[in-house]
Design a protein around this ligand. Structure first.
Ligand code: SAM
Ligand code: SF4
Length: 340
């Protein structure tokens, strides 16, 4: 164990070779989905992970508890579509009981959320990111595979009624939905829900990614400034990849995840596990390290911790290096397996 000072004792268990400290864990609880977004899922995908290879909730809880002892504080559940897994509230409840875990959140497409949100909140879920790329029914079908706009909007309403903290995730693609960024900014002003514009990353199972489809932060900001007004930066949260702004009247929060134009790699504090138990220290790591084998061989916490620390020591620099090496190309990884 490396110790820098008493209060950094735990943090330093997950320090990588660039000095970055892992604090946040994303658990992809399924690779399956009820949508087929063009920027994520392979077309006509039916190549799902076999159910026997999917981690059980008990395995996820055990892994999370080892990670919490190594310094992980926040857990985000994602997928595929996390709400496709039944009894997810039991997972949330058990994760929230782990000593050292301060926050459980979820990223969902929102389709199945309205019926489940109350129970999830009671079980300990503290915030939710809902993906929504368009307010147009036809475009929803084109971008996300099936038109479920009404269900998603209903879920946003229900979640805000019970005062759940909500953020809206919007992947902006040129020619697909970039004409709606101002509408989304207005939506944030009128509802108060932060909207985060995400630059399209080459994590598309479909293989459609190309640089021309990426609409960068600067371009989106200019459009919003022209149509609505000046964007005022909010305090920088160094642990978040999002850069956030509001307007002069203080209404609305507009965030950007500029993974391509301003990569966040230097401050990355995330690690991930796929639903079949592959540990990823970076979104662009492939295929990751097999934790499932350790879990199923009943390795001790200490053996697992040693394995994890060894993986962390190999954490690559990230997309920043891929960009520097001019190696961006479609399908560098598959987002529905990793969960964002
Ligand atoms: N199914 C859930 C959902 O869509 O919110 C959770 C999983 S999804 C993979 C997690 C997040 O990744 C979503 O907000 C989605 O919009 C985003 N995402 C998927 N593919 C992406 C890509 N190629 N580039 C940037 N963001 C992407
Ligand atoms: Fe499914 Fe989410 Fe990927 Fe869309 S982004 S296909 S909703 S996993």
């Amino acid at each position: 164990m490396k110790t820098n000072s008493t209060n950094q004792k735990h943090e330093s268990f997950l320090t990588d070779s660039f000095g970055r400290i892992g604090k946040k864990l994303r658990i992809s609880i399924t690779d399956r989905c009820n949508l087929q977004c063009v920027y994520c899922m392979p077309k006509n995908n039916n190549n799902w992970i076999d159910s026997k290879d999917i981690l059980t909730f008990d395995e996820m809880i055990r892994f999370a508890s080892v990670m919490s002892k190594l310094g992980i504080e926040n857990i985000r559940l994602t997928g595929g579509e996390p709400l496709l897994r039944s009894n997810i509230e039991i997972l949330v409840e058990n994760l929230s009981k782990i000593t050292g875990i301060k926050k459980i959140s979820m990223t969902t497409n929102g389709i199945l959320l309205s019926d489940k949100i109350s129970q999830l909140k009671k079980s300990g879920l503290s915030s939710i990111n809902i993906s929504l790329d368009t307010f147009n029914h036809e475009k929803f079908k084109k971008i996300n595979g099936t038109d479920k706009l009404d269900q998603v909007l209903e879920s946003i309403k229900v979640a805000s009624k019970i005062q759940m903290s909500i953020k809206i995730n919007n992947v902006v693609m040129r020619g697909w939905n970039d004409d709606e960024v101002v509408d989304f900014a207005r939506f944030s002003k009128s509802t108060g829900h932060p909207v985060r514009f995400i630059e399209f990353m080459p994590l598309d199972g479909s293989g459609i990614w190309n640089e021309n489809l990426v609409v960068i932060k600067h371009e989106i900001m200019s459009k919003i400034r022209r149509e609505i007004g000046k964007l005022i930066p909010l305090d920088i949260d160094h642990s978040s990849p999002a850069r956030s702004y509001t307007f002069s009247d203080g209404k609305g929060i507009i965030g950007f995840i500029p993974s391509i134009s301003e990569p966040f790699c230097q401050n990355c504090d995330r690690v991930r596990i796929t639903s079949d138990g592959h540990f990823l220290t970076c979104l662009f790591e492939k295929p990751g390290f097999d934790i499932k084998a350790l879990l199923r061989e009943w390795k001790s916490d200490k053996e697992m911790a040693n394995f994890i620390q060894n993986c962390i020591s190999k954490k690559p620099e990230g997309i920043i290096q891929i960009i520097r090496d001019k190696q961006l190309k479609p399908s560098l990884n598959q987002m529905n397996m990793i969960g964002g």
